[in-house]
Design a protein. Structure first.
Length: 389
């Protein structure tokens, strides 16, 4: 939403602001050494206890509302800046800190917001990458061209696509995690659909339209993009609801149940090749999560290799990072709770009782632990583990 708005003064509504505060400790999992973590609220005693017992990280915290003053006071100047994701508003919030960063960071393609940045962060880049990988590997079972997303600039253009595909998925160009999506299952537009389309067109200029495919599985591949180099980070599996909105990630998914490790490695190389062909390492630096799908079309199986690309830290990356903090024999799931009528404190107490935490060799083996502050969060992130034996 911040990118779609495009202004340095953009501010999230109160619900999104609360959500951001509730999940602001997730980047803790990526900290080390002298890293500073900027937060709106310092952790409660009970949350500190959970952190000490599970991930065992004690970051240096600074007040996000007074970043520059806190840094100057402590004399801890950042070499690099790593927000959850970049936008004009985020660049503006961090502008006073950029003068402290290293010369190397200042050369990063992500260190400044450029005229072409907005387009890059939109869904059109995933479409570019999809067309590239299909052109490079025309004999692989990648999604055929006739099922690739199309850009619609009017309600009439959306309606016209019912002639090509009987069921449609409409996506706002700048949205993620299943938000900004309409699924049209009945071959026509109702009043609500038209209102949504007109609103997106007014705010964002166009809509991405694609066929509703028979999905059999969601998965993701994660990369760390450096200048002139791309590193494959790992494989993930996640679940969405019937409307395509994110629900949870699997921690340590059993690849043998769905793919071979060799097949995944080969696919990751092809994804990486598409990223390099499109010059992504010259346009962006940081983490990227590529969402993929297994689909069936006329009883034939295909891979949709670029459903979406998250040019930021993301939930799949969190699930991968969590593997470092749990017992080698543990697996499980990483969840996001969103329900304003039932605050995180309520489900926290329930989950503590239902899934008591079990440590083995001082590492979480089974049970529940929170990654949001149970005393303060309305929404929340949490983990449920089971032994993989």
């Amino acid at each position: 939403m911040a990118i779609a708005n495009g202004t340095i003064s953009w501010s999230a509504n109160k619900h999104l602001q609360q959500f951001e505060k509730d999940l602001e400790y997730l980047p803790l999992l990526f900290t080390s050494g002298n890293d500073l973590l900027a937060v709106h609220r310092y952790p409660s005693a009970i949350f500190n206890e959970w952190l000490n017992k599970t991930v065992k990280l004690k970051p240096k915290l600074i007040d996000r509302a007074h970043l520059t003053a806190d840094i100057e006071k402590n004399g801890s100047f950042p070499d690099e800046l790593h927000p959850w994701g970049w936008s004009p508003a985020m660049h503006n919030e961090l502008k006073d800190l950029k003068s402290y960063t290293s010369a190397d960071f200042k050369k990063s393609p992500s260190s400044q917001w450029k005229a072409e940045s907005k387009s890059f962060y939109g869904r059109s880049t995933a479409l570019e990458l999809l067309k590239t990988i299909v052109a490079q590997y025309p004999h692989d079972r990648f999604l055929p061209y006739r099922y690739h997303p199309e850009v619609a600039n009017s309600t009439e253009a959306v309606e016209k696509l019912f002639e090509k595909w009987p069921k449609l998925v409409l996506k706002a160009p700048w949205s993620a995690s299943g938000r900004g999506i309409q699924i049209l299952r009945y071959g026509y537009l109702n009043t609500s659909n038209r209102q949504w389309i007109n609103s997106v067109l007014k705010q964002q200029g166009h809509i991405m339209v694609e066929p509703l495919l028979n999905k059999t599985m969601d998965f993701s591949l994660h990369f760390h993009i450096y200048r002139n180099h791309i590193q494959y980070v790992g494989y993930g599996e996640f679940k969405t609801n019937k409307n395509g909105q994110y629900e949870q990630n699997i921690i340590k998914p059993n690849i043998k149940n769905s793919h071979s490790s060799t097949w995944i490695e080969t696919l990751a190389k092809k994804i990486k090749e598409a990223l390099l062909i499109n010059g992504i390492d010259k346009r962006y630096e940081g983490y990227a999560g590529v969402d993929l799908m297994h689909v069936k079309i006329n009883d034939e199986s295909y891979i949709h290799p670029f459903v979406e690309v998250n040019w930021r830290y993301n939930m799949g990356l969190i699930a991968l990072q969590l593997e470092q903090f749990i017992h080698s024999e543990a697996g499980g799931s990483f969840h996001i709770h969103i329900n304003p009528q039932k605050p995180f404190s309520e489900i926290h107490n329930q989950l503590v009782n239902d899934y008591p935490l079990i440590l083995q060799n001082d590492l979480p083996l089974a049970g529940y632990f929170p990654l949001s502050d149970p005393d303060k969060a309305v929404s929340g992130a949490y983990v449920i583990l089971t032994p993989n034996r």
